[in-house]
Design a protein around this ligand. Structure first.
Ligand code: HEM
Length: 522
């Protein structure tokens, strides 16, 4: 899930250049022709703070280069755990503390459960026929969500992919052992995460020529989902996206993606794999559900299968890579915590083993705390996936109209001193001592203070899938290597913007193979 809706500073700047030339005239025309409509769009419930915006673009300019941090600063300067903005013409509720999240979502889970129909997402999901973006009231979302929890991403299914994860962890260790110093971990982690998803979803090892082409198509899909479409904020200016060539790129990518999926589906149908066998990949499962009478009335077209495949790939690839990237970043910045986590991993693995395997993971209690702490401070999707109210609701006594976009600032919530204490800014894994199982969904969001996987009925169904891979990869990196920044370098915390937030600068580290281990893992 690279970037979906929140704009990069440079994209914003480019969009503004185009807008500056074109919109003034249109604005004046609209002002004359539709004053009532415009006024209605800008009005907001009286008692929620509404930081003042500019004509036309509203508060868009205040999103800055790193939107979640800019929004956290805006909320703090207005003492506004909940605030109402206008992004272009879109009324937007921003939630910035754990208490505000509880107040907004606990009584209004249904009202808050919509998603905006963003331009790129709508096209790439075959008209919102997927899990991430479909309307929560439709039978399709309910059936697809149920299938994701009980079939696609269920605990037994995730366990069944253990061999893929262990194989890819071994390949990563091997690649690092062979690489020159310093190692570009950002690049390697992204490639590993990609391969895990492709093997699990398509049964594709990611090495053939067709796979490389498909990789380029899927990369472009991620870029488009992250691009700033003017129509997502000012629908009446949608033609600007056509002028900028974005619509043409989107159409081309959609057709390439569609051709790729058609081939994958045909190949799977031709192979006729054993139904229900351990070797089932996600396409096999989706094809089986397609023919299952329990799902057939709502889950019955190839487009729906293709929409869900896009979800798995987009939602599941760079989120995991970003989690490992940020965790290692913090570990290298905190050598005492790194040493403690390494000691635990090295003590938990059987003598003579060259790698950590999944059966070792239950013993790694401290590593789980480290991962949780990393996701508190660096939630990979800091503003979650945007929501939209599907009916009016009330928060703190104020009415939030239907059709309001909702951003939950998970990063601000993770640093909320009222929820985490005065040392909220400190990286301290020990604060999660009570946690037993990372893959357990409930503790992540029950307190409303740790929400990297979202909240309520639209929260991430991939928690177990994601944490299994993150834990295994990290455990192996700590077990097999000693890590440090290159001489004279400082590992910074600069962020690249997007829905999934990676490091701005690649994570370059010196990896020293642990003494007494084989120099290369087969
Ligand atoms: C560390 C890894 C991951 C993180 C941080 C993450 C985070 C998120 C977040 C924040 C949301 C939106 C939740 C909300 O609106 O409340 C989400 C939704 C979703 N995620 Fe994940 N995710 C991760 C991995 C995965 C994986 C591996 C998959 C599947 C292979 C996946 C599939 C989905 C799907 C299908 C949804 C949409 C759920 C719905 O709208 O009903 N995610 N994820």
């Amino acid at each position: 899930m690279e970037t979906l809706q929140v704009q990069h500073g440079d994209l914003l700047a480019r969009a503004f250049l185009v807008l500056a030339i074109t919109v003034t005239t249109l604005y004046l025309t609209r002002l004359l022709l539709a004053p009532l409509k415009r006024r209605a769009a800008t009005s907001s419930p009286p008692s929620l703070p509404c930081p003042r915006g500019l004509p036309l673009i509203g508060n868009l300019h205040q999103l800055g280069a790193v939107p979640h941090d800019a929004l956290a600063a805006l909320a703090a300067s207005h003492a506004a755990p909940l605030m109402l903005l206008r992004l272009g013409s879109v009324p937007t509720l921003v939630v910035s503390t754990a208490d505000a999240l509880r107040a907004a979502f606990q009584p209004n889970d249904r009202a808050m459960s919509g998603r905006p129909a963003l331009a790129a997402a709508t096209r790439i999901t075959y008209g919102l026929q997927d899990i991430v973006f479909s309307h929560p009231d439709g039978a399709f979302w309910r059936a697809a969500r149920r299938a994701s929890l009980s079939e696609l991403l269920s605990a037994p299914r995730v366990r069944g992919f253990r061999g893929v994860r262990e194989g890819e962890a071994a390949a990563l260790v091997s690649e690092i052992s062979r690489a020159g110093s310093p190692v570009n971990l950002s690049e390697m982690l992204m490639a590993t995460s990609n391969r895990i998803l492709r093997r699990v979803a398509f049964g594709d090892d990611g090495d053939g020529e067709g796979s490389i082409e498909a990789g380029a198509v899927l990369d472009e899909t991620q870029k488009l989902l992250g691009a700033f479409f003017v129509s997502d904020y000012m629908p009446w200016l949608g033609w600007v996206d056509t002028l900028r060539g974005l619509r043409r790129r989107l159409e081309r990518n959609f057709h390439e993606l569609d051709a790729f999926y058609e081939k994958v589906i045909d190949d799977h149908l031709n192979k006729k794999r054993a139904v229900g066998s351990k070797a089932e990949d996600l396409v096999d499962v989706l094809l089986r559900l397609h023919g299952d009478p329990a799902y057939n009335s709502t889950f019955n077209s190839r487009d729906q299968i293709k929409g869900i495949l896009t979800d798995m790939f987009i939602a599941g690839t760079d989120t995991g890579a970003a989690t490992v990237e940020w965790t290692l970043t913090e570990l290298v910045r905190h050598p005492d915590i790194l040493a403690k986590a390494q000691e635990e991993v090295r003590g938990a693995v059987a003598d003579g083993s060259d790698l950590v395997v999944e059966s070792d993971l239950p013993r790694l209690k401290y590593l789980k705390q480290v991962i949780r702490e990393s996701m508190r401070v660096h939630p990979p999707v800091p503003l979650l996936v945007p929501r939209e109210t599907i009916e009016p609701c009330t928060v703190y006594g104020c009415e939030i109209p239907a059709g309001t976009r909702v951003f939950v600032n998970a990063r601000a919530i993770g640093q909320d001193p009222a929820a985490w204490g005065p040392d909220a800014a400190r990286f301290a894994p020990e604060r999660h001592e009570e946690v037993a199982d990372l893959g357990d969904h409930k503790p992540w969001h029950d307190s409303f203070r740790l929400v990297p996987f979202g909240v309520g009925r639209r929260s991430c169904p991939g928690v177990h899938f994601a944490t299994s891979a993150v834990e295994l990869l990290l455990a192996n990196l700590l077990f097999c290597f000693d890590w440090r920044a290159p001489d004279g370098a400082v590992v910074d915390l600069e962020q690249e913007t997007g829905l999934t937030v990676h490091r701005k600068n690649p994570l370059l580290l010196v990896a020293e193979r642990r003494c007494g281990m084989k120099s290369e893992v087969k």
